[in-house]
Design a protein around this ligand. Structure first.
Ligand code: FES
Length: 200
């Protein structure tokens, strides 16, 4: 049977090193299967986070050959097996153990975002365009792969749900901030009216 070498990070927040494991490759196998083989046969203490194995829970994120990916969606036959396949934890988050990182910062930030509340006495109408625009981001599976790259260049490329993060989220948000807080005419008008600057 064909085999591959997986070069997997072993360690924790204090440090560590990569360790090579030989894994037999079965048809249809993904990197997460190979990691499970290592857990089952070679290193039972290997820490790997996963849940659905279907690209939906976002928990199996790692760097495979230098690219942020879901290990459950990365097929072994798409990778060159004549050289070690390097599997590392995501770099942008603190390491807990082996491939498991601490992504709790995202949930803390999420809790700080206030829920939308319509101003009293104002009739709010939501157009279909706005509904469609929000719908795209509801596909997010919280794998946080986009935070493991420079989002201005490649946020979109690594997203398993193909959300156009840069074009449809980051740039419009930045434009909104600039319009609201740094547009000279708006600033002048606000000063003239004595308005206080409110956070978004
Ligand atoms: S295990 Fe759920 S996305 Fe990979």
């Amino acid at each position: 049977m064909k085999e591959a070498t997986l070069r997997v990070f072993r360690g924790d927040s204090k440090g560590g090193q990569t360790v090579d494991y030989r894994v037999p490759i079965a048809p249809g196998m993904v990197v997460l299967d190979a990691l499970h083989y290592i857990q089952g046969h070679l290193a039972p203490d290997l820490a790997v986070r996963w849940n659905c194995k279907a690209g939906k829970c976002g928990s199996c994120s790692a760097e495979v050959n230098g690219r942020p990916r879901l290990t459950c969606k990365t097929r072994m036959d798409d990778l060159p097996v004549d050289q070690p396949i390097i599997v590392l934890p995501m770099k942008s988050f603190p390491r807990i153990k082996d491939l498991v990182t601490d992504v709790s910062w995202n949930y803390r930030v999420n809790r700080k975002i206030p829920a939308f509340e319509p101003r009293p006495g104002v009739e709010w109408k939501i157009s279909q365009l706005d509904v469609d625009r929000v719908q795209e981001f509801r596909k997010c599976i919280e794998c946080f792969l986009c935070q493991n790259v420079c989002h201005v260049l490649r946020g979109t490329e690594v997203c398993p749900e193909e959300i156009r993060i840069t074009d449809n989220a980051i740039i419009p948000l930045k434009e909104r901030v600039v319009d609201e807080f740094y547009d000279p005419l708006t600033m002048l008008f606000r000063k003239f009216r004595g308005d206080k600057v409110q956070s978004l």
